[in-house]
Design a protein around this ligand. Structure first.
Ligand code: LHQ
Length: 264
């Protein structure tokens, strides 16, 4: 399995791929290499049957400071198309994270700003260090949230709060992030990665097909009608019932023992 990335560090252990953003001198600001490599690593995680969960975190003192403002070439008169830049980079990445039928646990450390804040929100569940700050920094440079921000924020915190955060671009600390629903849990910074890896390890030992279907169905349900969601649940359940892990779960229950899930 390839681990030769430039803007990322990848380690694989106990069925969990830990992906660490690796431009710490720039607070992990995103350049084109990083988005390309993130898409590639998500693809790698999708393909590898032995990897059943992923952790995403930032190396150094920040999670991610958003777009590398020294590298994107968007100065007036340059002819740079930000729509193409977003479509081929951030959008592809966010959609690939959503399409991955394995859990992504965000281990959010230090600052998560701009596209970095929304990259954090694109993970499935999030554990934040107690020194974390989320900043919808876009407005500070006259932009609107991208990388899914206009979709994630209202879903997670409700519309009025979403508007306030995007309009003000103010810092949101870890405790507030927990209270308003941006993160699932806050832990001391020193325990962050180990806690996220433990959570991912537990998820990796579960029935991976059903875990993936839950992800698929829940995200689909967020943008569909109840009628449609009920029908989709029925279709997925018909597939889930044919997995080895379903049979193992029922057998273990009947035999009064702990199930051993194999991920198929
Ligand atoms: C950085 C960055 C950075 C480069 C820190 N770039 N070097 C999409 C498409 C196209 C265009 C634009 O945008 C987008 C989406 C976006 O993401 S827009 C939002 C972009 N991000 C920002 O506006 C955040 C900019 N950074 C900051 O405001 C601060 O650095 C924060 C609040 C994140 C952290 O502040 P401090 O803890 O005080 O750290 P610092 O500012 O001293 O940063 C440390 C170093 O990292 C520093 O370099 P230096 O060589 O002076 O040590 C910064 O220049 C560098 N850095 N963010 N985005």
């Amino acid at each position: 399995m390839g681990t030769d990335y430039e803007a990322l560090n990848l380690t694989i252990d106990d069925g969990v791929a830990t992906v660490e953003l690796n431009r710490p001198q720039k607070l992990n600001a995103v350049n084109n290499t990083m988005t390309k490599e993130l898409v590639a690593v998500v693809r790698q995680v999708a393909r590898d049957k032995d990897v059943r969960a992923m952790v995403l975190t930032g190396g150094g003192r920040a999670f991610c400071a958003g777009q590398d403002l020294t590298e994107f070439g968007g100065l007036p008169g340059s002819g740079f198309r930000v729509d193409d830049h977003i479509r081929s980079g951030y959008n592809k990445l966010v959609l690939s994270m959503r399409a991955l039928e394995k859990p992504i646990v965000g281990a959010i450390n230090g600052v998560a700003a701009g596209a970095g804040a929304n990259l954090a929100l694109a993970t499935d569940i999030r554990i934040a260090a107690d020194d974390t700050k989320f900043i919808q920094a876009f407005i500070r440079i006259g932009l609107l949230p991208d990388t899914g921000g206009t979709w994630f924020l209202p879903q997670l915190v409700g519309l009025p709060r979403a508007l306030e955060l995007a309009w003000t671009g103010r810092d949101v600390g870890a405790e507030e992030a927990l209270r308003i629903g941006l993160v699932n849990q806050v832990v001391p910074a020193a325990e962050l990665v180990a806690t996220a890896q433990e959570q991912a390890k537990q998820l990796a030992a579960m029935p991976t097909v059903a875990i993936g279907m839950i992800k698929r169905a829940m995200y689909r349900a967020s943008s569909t009608t109840l009628d449609d969601a009920l029908e989709y649940e029925a279709q997925l359940q018909q597939s889930a019932i044919n997995t080895d892990d379903h049979r193992e779960g029922v057998m273990a229950f009947l035999e009064k023992r702990t199930p051993e899930f194999v991920g198929r």
